[in-house]
Design a binder for this molecule. Structure first.
Ligand code: OGA
Ligand code: MN
Length: 258
């Protein structure tokens, strides 16, 4: 069950046994290997310019017990990942030391759980392009990135269990890209009583919550210390932090505004 597992993995007093946390690989239990969809040359070139390896080399999976939950193991080149990390961290490392999150595009009102037309900024073009390309190759979707949350985790941060249901469009898939330290991502079902699975998310990993899993409970009970290279201030920042880009389409296809 979601709550019990979340508590178990979150515990500071009794550090959890991580041996049941799922590392996504070819032979992992309940993990189905998926073929990325065929790409035009133009799309393949776009992937390259966005810092991704050729789609033929993508390691794409779906979870058998969480239909619609896709996991793309780090598809970024080292330079590509670095550019994305730098682009996000350039929003302000001092800021990131203090903040837990920054919103992009339609800004989510956490208290009222709504988006509004009067509270939005332009969504970063390159990030929207990345999401559009990932969507085309992973599921053949035409996704418009309209709202994003840059989550900043320090080593003791957690994100409680929740569903993301503020978007009027709850059928468009949600994209989640992780950089830096590893995290345990706990995903359950539509109800808190449903079975939950702890998945280890690593640097560069992309998760897509589509179809049945779009509205499922999920959260991050623990950040897991990870061997990390030395480098400039941006790399250094991630030696004890994690950045998660959580991107959603807000509007339905027949909507131009809220
Ligand atoms: C979110 C979220 C997951 C993560 O921002 O809604 O679920 O891996 N983030 O940080
Ligand atoms: Mn979420």
């Amino acid at each position: 069950m979601f709550r019990d597992l979340f508590k178990y993995y979150k515990s500071k007093a009794a550090p959890p046994d991580l041996s049941s946390v799922l590392y996504i690989e070819d032979e992992s239990e309940n993990i189905i290997k998926k073929q990325p969809l065929p790409c035009s040359n133009e799309l393949e070139q776009q992937l390259q310019s966005l810092g991704l390896v050729p789609s033929l080399n993508w390691k794409l999976f779906e979870h058998a017990e969480h239909a619609g939950l896709f996991i793309l193991k780090n598809p970024f080149t080292d330079d590509g990942a670095y550019s994305w990390i730098k682009r996000e961290a350039e929003r302000g490392l001092e800021l990131f030391d203090k903040l837990r999150w920054v919103t992009l595009g339609y800004h989510h009102d956490w208290d009222r759980k709504v988006y509004s037309e009067s509270n939005k900024s332009e969504f970063p073009k390159e990030l929207a392009c990345l999401i559009s390309c990932l969507g085309q190759v992973i599921g053949g979707w035409d996704v418009k990135a309209e709202a994003g949350i840059v989550n900043i985790y320090h080593m003791n941060s957690t994100l409680s269990g929740h569903t993301d249901s503020s978007e009027p469009n709850s059928t468009a898939p949600l994209f989640s890209i992780s950089f830096g330290q590893r995290a345990i991502f706990l995903i359950g079902g539509r109800k808190l009583e449903d079975k939950a699975t702890p998945i280890m998310l690593e640097n560069g990993d992309v998760i897509v919550m589509s179809g049945d899993s779009r509205l499922c409970y999920h959260g991050v009970p623990r950040i897991v210390p990870t061997p990390w290279p030395k480098g400039d201030e941006y790399i250094q920042f991630l030696s004890n932090a994690r950045i998660n880009l959580n991107i959603r389409q807000v509007l339905n296809i027949d909507q131009n505004s809220l």
